[in-house]
Design a protein around this ligand. Structure first.
Ligand code: ATP
Ligand code: MG
Length: 265
């Protein structure tokens, strides 16, 4: 249901972030993306919600190729969970969750923060599902712990009842126990609804525990696509080894060039 047809991305500065990635992800699959920093994980994720446009190749959701004309309608079928939660701290938990439905309400209603009853009911149900109590509804997000914030982020992402949920390092800023709780929640909520998930992680052990399928990128290329068991058998070395970077000689002195100074002016 989610397909990447030989997608490549070259950013304006010439960085080749992805090269010829081909993937076919069935409905309801929980896919985890692994790869060292700069491997291209976020670039691949952001192609699904249109924040990054492939230089070549195509992304297809539910049989429809993503293009400028259908971007707005397709975006409504794609939810997103962020590393830094991306919530509005001064607003209440309830308002943050409801804001996930903004594409469904008129501009005037959104400005007045007035949401129809059906959406308010959905928000309450979701908050209970993610383990927040009624007292949390009116609390400001800034008063929550990181784990609670991500629960709000997950509830918000499901407000749109998405077909696809993207999660870019959703547990990067959380401690190991809370990280696991959040992964359990993400997987269970997605499985209950049959939502396809593509989630990038820097914790291979969580990938092995939670993924149906693990995809690894290196230097923008797909280097592994298989089950957690296959990844364990293959070993992680090839994913995280960095053959390209050579350590700087110990006697080297950092050199400040006029171009660097100009870039900061
Ligand atoms: N807007 C941009 N303009 C230019 N280069 C970019 C841009 N965004 C990302 N890149 C580069 O593209 C490559 C892939 O970046 P990307 O953010 O997709 O990696 P990542 O796997 O998500 O890394 P991390 O684990 O650190 O989040 C990197 O070399 C990065 O510097
Ligand atoms: Mg990233």
């Amino acid at each position: 249901m989610l397909k990447f047809h030989s997608v490549s991305k070259r950013y304006d500065d010439g960085t080749q972030a992805l090269s010829e990635v081909h993937l076919d992800i069935p409905q309801g699959q929980f896919c985890v993306l692994l790869g060292s920093s700069g491997a291209g994980k976020s670039t691949l994720l952001y192609m699904v919600n249109g924040l990054v446009t492939p230089t070549t190749g195509q992304v297809e959701i539910g049989g429809k190729a993503l293009n400028r004309a259908n971007m707005k309608s397709i975006r409504r079928t794609v939810g997103m969970v962020h590393q830094q939660f991306n919530l509005t701290p001064r607003l209440s938990v309830a308002m943050n969750v409801l804001s996930g439905a903004l594409p469904f309400v008129s501009y005037l209603r959104a400005a007045a923060m007035w949401y129809p009853r059906v959406l308010r009911e959905r928000a309450c149900k979701l908050l209970a599902e993610v383990g927040l109590s009624p007292e949390h509804l009116t609390r400001r997000v800034s008063e929550l712990s990181g784990g609670q914030m991500q629960r709000v982020g997950i509830a918000r992402a499901f407000m749109l009842e998405p077909q696809v949920l993207l999660a870019d390092e959703p547990v990067a800023s959380l401690d190991p126990r809370v990280s696991r709780d959040i992964m359990v929640l993400l997987r269970d909520e997605a499985k209950r609804r049959g939502t396809t998930v593509v989630c990038s992680l820097h914790q291979p052990e969580l990938a092995v525990e939670f993924a149906d399928r693990i995809i690894a990128l290196k230097g923008g290329k797909l280097i592994f696509d298989g089950t957690p068991e296959q990844l364990v058998a293959a070993g992680l070395d090839s994913i995280y080894q960095n053959n390209e970077s050579k350590p700087a000689p110990s006697h080297s002195v950092p050199h400040v060039t006029p171009q660097m100074l100009e870039a900061l002016a």
